[in-house]
Design a protein around this ligand. Structure first.
Ligand code: T1G
Length: 712
């Protein structure tokens, strides 16, 4: 038996060294410095052992291969030079693997990410399971860094520059069948035979077999990837797209692009040097720190039920959804697609139910065709789980019912009563309301402990956030059940207080109102949108109003105005647009023009109805300041009221719920960066000029007095 470290162990059978990585006491395998040293020592020994003819490498974890370099380790780096050394050290280790005199085959099952994939790329043959858990990718740019252990060199050489850039620049993760099609993986097998096939490959390689790899992409691929002219075009196009998408806010993708190009031009050795250098620079940027904080916050939220001593959640096998509109259908389709639960969709009449089922099914179809996440059989199985009715038949077995009916208290209470009559005592009733207090809805309940809020965002299948709202009488088990089910749907879940607008709409309202104030003051709508997308939002506030629907936005704004008074009053002029039927994209007109589903330019008719005249009257810096500071102020106030339990939840809610720029970390992190003193002073100035809606809240004032912060 060979000597073994705590993470890497090995054993030799018939000339094949079977190496296993299992980071003890850790849920996933990560490559830390210590693991790296063990790798080096192991390969050194195996290299010198004449009994070893080849290596077969596996993970000892049940469902994880390697999650990459240890993120905890690189966030502690304090200088670019230190980070560069870390990257160079990783490269050197993988270089030894790549040049190892005996063949190395890897058997991959579970996530194979970042440094984990870079390791696999350095090996000589890759077998992966066809299990959905097996995902391969280089997510580094999502952490504000780049693949720094040779990934920017080896991946383009293996699969061509275009396909490699596609993965590296977006920080994409692909399931194994796609990775196989791309040529990242040599063989795709069911989990039961992963070990045998990998061992067989190692044996064949030891016998001199050379796997033949066809460059994917055929003639066209060669034209673009295989010659300098085509490649120059690929890089030019990619650069243009990156600049357009990042707007200069995220340095990592451009740096990664440069490294890939440099490596292909100057050879792998020079490429690796450049890769380590730029990795070093990126690792210590504020952008990377912020993105890593978001990663860890999201990971923590996977385990946090939002209440002390959460009771075990009920397992939801059957879901009832009441209301087959866009939201209800979205919830139904997402629940089937993500959680594979049996869904019963109910609405007042069958044509509506049929329409809802068709639109829920579209979510499944999309995963079959466009995203290839499902195969035909799985698709057919899931489609069969969707059913509907104009009665509550089938609700008796529902563990959870989510209502997504018209946003009206009386209607929701009526539905609640009907659902209670049709379901078992243990079943949980969740209201997908964006504005109505759960405690009010629960007043009509026979089992108020079972009533809870689940506020989804539209479109449900794509939006990553879910707000779970505990009403005054919601039982802890109902909270756990809603949170756990939200997670099964793939959502990041925050538990928020039952307060008007909850968290996301609460902080969004003053921002949207301010955008309208600016419009009325003569700022052009495209100017507002351009400035805010430049600042880092995915869309500007005026476009967002059109997307959400002006009627819906007006309704939410009205509720918040009623609850919080003048401070959250929307400009009355907006009503003119709603009255004129200009409800946004869905109506084919709003602030902007829409023609056959496509957004066009600003609509002069909207300005006319508002009585607004674009005149360039407000400076860009002032526009940005007004829009961001009202939001920060409201966020701080809501934190003071306990709407979110901890700042982390507020920041994650803002980033995932409204696309608050991730590289700024969220409104509360951003407030900490600006400093409460500075924010309060600016708000005072704005209040003097534009009114009390800008008056700094107590939380900020107190922080300003005592140098306080949201995060210590
Ligand atoms: N480093 C440190 N900790 C990690 C980690 C990592 N790479 N990946 C996961 N963890 C921790 C996580 O914080 C949590 O900890 C636990 O593992 C379980 O995670 C040189 C520099 C692998 C798909 O970006 O995407 O390689 O809270 O709850 O839902 O180029 O974690 O239990 O203490 O998320 O099953 C690139 C990040 C690194 C992958 C598993 N890699 N991880 O998901 O479990 S940079 C990544 C994930 C790099 C090289 C560069 C997911 C997962 P705790 P979890 P999960």
């Amino acid at each position: 038996m060979a000597p073994s470290g705590p993470a890497v162990t090995w054993d030799v059978h018939d000339g094949i060294a079977v190496v296993t990585l299992d980071c003890q006491d850790q849920p996933v395998n990560v490559i830390s410095r210590a693991v790296k040293d063990e790798f080096i020592a192991t390969f050194e020994l195996l290299g010198n052992d004449p009994a070893v003819k080849a290596v077969a490498f596996f993970s000892g974890k049940k469902d994880n291969f390697i999650a990459g370099a240890d993120i905890e380790e690189f966030v502690r780096l304090s200088s670019a030079a230190e980070a560069e050394r870390l990257s160079a050290g990783g490269q050197e280790m993988l270089d030894r693997v790549a040049k190892f005199p005996k063949p190395v085959a890897v058997g991959i099952h579970g996530a194979c990410l970042g440094g984990g994939l870079e390791f696999a790329l350095a090996c000589h043959y890759r077998v992966a399971t066809d299990d959905p858990k097996t995902q391969l990718g280089l997510p580094e740019v999502q952490l504000g860094i780049l693949p720094g252990a040779g990934g920017c060199q080896r991946l383009p050489r293996l699969i061509g520059a275009r396909a490699a850039l596609d993965i590296i620049l977006a920080g994409k993760t692909e399931r194994s069948p796609k990775a196989f099609r791309l040529g990242i993986v040599d063989e795709l097998v069911p989990p039961a035979i992963l070990r045998d096939i990998t061992l067989a490959a190692a044996r064949k390689l030891a016998g001199g077999w050379k796997p033949r790899r066809r460059r994917p992409g055929g003639f066209f691929g060669w034209l673009l990837d295989g010659n300098p002219l085509g490649r120059a075009l690929v890089f030019r196009m990619a650069r243009k797209q990156v600049v357009k998408q990042t707007r200069g806010n995220y340095p990592a993708p451009l740096a990664a692009l440069e490294v890939v190009e440099y490596g292909l031009k100057h050879g792998i050795a020079e490429g690796l040097k450049r890769e380590a250098q730029l990795f070093g620079q990126l690792a210590v940027t504020d952008v990377s720190r912020k993105l890593v904080q978001i990663f860890f916050a999201t990971t923590q939220l996977k385990k946090d039920f939002g209440i002390p001593n959460p009771p075990p959640p009920a397992t939801v096998r059957r879901l009832g959804v009441v209301g087959a509109g866009f939201m209800g259908a979205g919830i139904a389709g997402t629940a089937v697609a993500q959680a594979g639960v049996d869904v019963r969709l109910k609405d007042a009449d069958l044509p509506r139910v049929a329409k809802g089922l068709a639109s829920a099914r579209e979510i499944l179809d999309d995963r079959l065709t466009r995203r290839r996440r499902l195969d035909r059989y799985e698709h057919a199985r899931l489609v069969a789980l969707l059913s509907g009715s104009d009665t509550y038949a089938g609700f008796g077995g529902a563990d959870l019912v989510i209502e997504a009916v018209f946003e009206d208290l009386a209607v929701k209470q009526q539905v609640l009563k009907e659902v209670e009559a049709a379901t078992r005592d243990g079943s949980v009733f969740a209201s997908n309301t964006s504005t109505i207090p759960i405690t009010r809805i629960a007043e009509a309940a026979r089992r108020p402990g079972q009533v809870i809020g689940m506020h989804f965002f539209s479109p449900v299948a794509r939006m990553p956030l879910l707000e779970v709202i505990a009403g005054a009488r919601s039982a802890p088990a109902a909270v756990s059940t809603a949170v756990a089910f939200g997670r099964r749907l793939g959502k990041t879940v925050i538990v928020v207080k039952d307060s008007p607008g909850f968290w996301v709409n609460r902080i969004l309202a003053p921002y949207m109102n301010e955008a309208a104030h600016l419009l009325l003051q003569g700022v052009a709508m495209e100017e507002i949108d351009r400035l805010m997308t430049q600042w880092g939002f995915p869309v500007g506030p005026i476009t967002l109003l059109d997307e959400v629907g002006l009627d819906i936005a007006a309704k939410a704004a009205g509720v918040l105005h009623a609850a919080f008074g003048e401070r959250l009053a929307p400009p009355p002029a907006l009503d003119a647009l709603v009255k004129a039927g200009r409800l946004g994209r869905k109506a084919g007109n709003g602030f902007y023009k829409y023609a056959s589903g496509k957004k066009g330019g600003p609509d002069p008719a909207a300005y006319h109805l508002l009585g607004a005249h674009p005149n360039g009257g407000v400076r860009p810096a002032e526009i940005i300041q007004r829009l961001t500071l009202v939001m920060l102020n409201e966020a701080a106030r809501a934190v003071g009221e306990g709407v979110v339990r901890v700042p982390r939840d507020g920041d994650i809610g803002a980033v995932f719920g409204i696309g608050f720029p991730p590289f700024r970390g969220g409104p509360l992190r951003h407030a900490d960066d600006l400093g409460a003193g500075r924010i309060a002073a600016e708000l005072e100035r704005l209040a003097g000029q534009y009114g009390t809606r800008f008056t700094p809240c107590e939380v900020l004032q107190e922080q300003a007095r005592g140098n306080g912060r949201f995060y210590s």
